[in-house]
Design a protein. Sequence first.
Length: 147
Amino acid sequence: MGQLQTLIEEFLHNMGIQNPQVSAVFLGTAAKIQISLDDAGFMIGKNGENISDIERVLKLLAKHSNIDTVFSIDINNYRSEREGKLKEYIRKIARQVVTTKKEVRLPPMKPFERRIIHLELAVHPDIITESKGEGDNRYVTIRPYNP
């Protein structure tokens, strides 16, 4: 983590961020990087858009620096909290689909959010999830399983 942590701290310093706290939790060979800041609103952005962009830039910088650690970033637990709320919402939608036996189309979402949905519902035997659409308009449908 040392080289990656240094890279992230330097990146944040160059952005003018004062005293960021950077830590990592390793899940197998991948790392979840937690960044804690005093004023994180700008870094998070609307619906977490800036986190995704910052993560993309950091991954390019890491690759350029020959750091081969697979990682994701979270700022002030925004993504963790979003994931918890999304899972709760998706379980509710899954119950609705099973009860009504009608497909539900979710609004367009970011790739990491769609992945959470697919993983959360993969163990649910009564429903099927599918991503559809292109680019920023990609969304998930949840439908009853009809063998």
